[in-house]
Design a protein around this ligand. Structure first.
Ligand SMILES: [Zn+2]
Length: 416
């Protein structure tokens, strides 16, 4: 199973927007972009919502058949590890092996010295075609990379082998992710990480490093866009070289876990992948859930009441809701409107405050981030929430489709 050059990870927490999401993909296909969808959902999301991996599969299958979609599509066991992968085996055909928590854990000395010995041919000046300034590879650099990443990639090998035993080779796509950490991985680190992955025999097709800058949930990129662009371009060239050096799959591509809406770096991603004619996978995660809240607000009546309830409850439960996402949100308390203020808002004011239109006078990133992590409250509302999703499926579906197509796909692929 070989994933296509362009793919979009579409997260759908409550599983109602499969068709709306697929409509956005189909519009991109019609505009000439051969992109395929990957429905991704992590164990954490499943546990908050009390859904199961098979629900994502059912949703994807239903959307594909309803719209007679003829390209490939995938169901991603997002951010899984050895403790929870089993539950995803049957329903998934894309596995994101998350080994971030193992970065920096110790490996035994023999493994470290074996790895260091295997790197000998790259020590000194490492000149990667296309990269202007060659990397200087010292013994201490290799040692520090081994100490940081060898245990993590060893773990990826164990997870991969477990999936392989269950599903058989060629029946799934493998991604390795290390994005949910503070410190970014540099292009030279990525080169040696790919070497470790090859040594583990993992046929990795997408890799998600931590890029420079902050990838906060639901809001724009925070960081140095020029530096991101430089490193992203070097990562693309490193991958190209690593594929031939280490015999990795020739469709290996970067996976950007956007945390939704990193609009300011989309043009750079677009420029680089076009320049080198490379593939890309972008995960958009929670942006669909936010469109559901926007759609509810726009529907007015009970929908607006529930949208306000979600915000007001989230306001009083910030600590609990934000804890699992502490590294990837930056909510400014002084920007959060009070419950009384939000009670006075109409549909448009609520939607404009939440909707991610950079530069819109009502747009409030703190408000947006709080609702982003507040999906647990919607889950607790049970049928009140899902009933309203069904009742207003048209207006909500339009929000979801427009968001993915106009704000994401158009920017990523420069669709006019
Ligand atoms: Zn991620």
């Amino acid at each position: 199973m070989k994933i296509e050059k362009y793919s979009l990870g579409i997260g759908d927490r409550f599983g109602h927007q499969g068709e709306a999401q697929l409509r956005a993909i189909i519009r991109a296909n019609k505009a000439g972009i051969a992109i395929v969808p990957v429905w991704n959902k992590s164990n954490r999301e499943h546990s908050y919502i009390h859904s199961k991996p098979v629900d994502t599969r059912i949703e994807a299958d239903a959307a594909v058949s309803a719209l007679s979609f003829e390209r490939s599509f995938y169901v991603d066991a997002d951010h899984i590890n050895l403790s929870n992968v089993l539950g995803f085996i049957e329903a998934s055909d894309f596995f994101t092996l998350d080994v971030a928590s193992k970065i920096g854990t110790s490996s035994d000395n023999a493994e470290i010295s074996d790895f260091i010995n295997s790197c000998k041919k790259y020590s000194g000046i490492l000149d990667i075609p296309g990269i202007e300034n060659p990397f200087e590879v010292t013994d201490s650099l290799i040692t520090s990379i081994a100490q940081k990443f060898l245990a993590a990639i060893g773990e990826a090998g164990r997870i991969y082998n477990f999936i392989l035993e269950q599903k058989g080779a060629d029946n799934f796509v493998t991604e390795v992710s290390m994005d949910e950490v503070e410190a970014p991985q540099t292009p030279v680190e990525l080169f040696f990480i790919l070497m470790m992955i090859a040594q583990q025999g993992i046929p990795v097709q997408t890799i998600a490093p931590k890029f420079t800058g902050r990838f906060n949930k639901g809001v724009n990129y925070v960081g140095d866009v020029a530096q991101f662009a430089r490193e992203f371009e070097e990562d693309v060239l490193v991958i190209d070289y690593a594929v031939t050096e280490f015999g990795l799959p020739d469709n290996l591509k970067l996976s950007v876990h956007s945390g939704s809406d990193k609009f300011s770096i989309y043009p750079e991603i677009s420029r680089v992948i076009r320049k080198y004619d490379k593939g890309i996978h972008v995960k958009t995660a929670g942006t669909t859930w936010l469109e559901e809240v926007i759609g509810l607000a726009l529907a007015g009546g009970e929908g607006l009441v529930l949208a306000k309830h979600i915000y007001k409850s989230a306001l009083t439960r910030q600590e609990e809701l934000c804890a699992p996402y502490a590294d990837v949100i930056d909510i400014k308390q002084e920007e959060l409107p009070s419950a009384e203020e939000v009670d006075r808002w109409g549909s448009e004011k609520f939607a404009n405050t939440l909707r991610h239109i950079p530069g819109h006078p009502d747009y409030n990133p703190s408000f947006r981030q709080l609702i982003h992590v507040g999906y647990k409250i919607a889950a607790e509302s049970g049928e009140t929430f899902t009933g309203l999703l069904k009742l207003h499926h048209e207006i909500i579906g339009n929000c979801v489709e427009e968001n993915l197509f106009d704000r994401h796909l158009k920017r990523l692929f420069e669709i006019g």
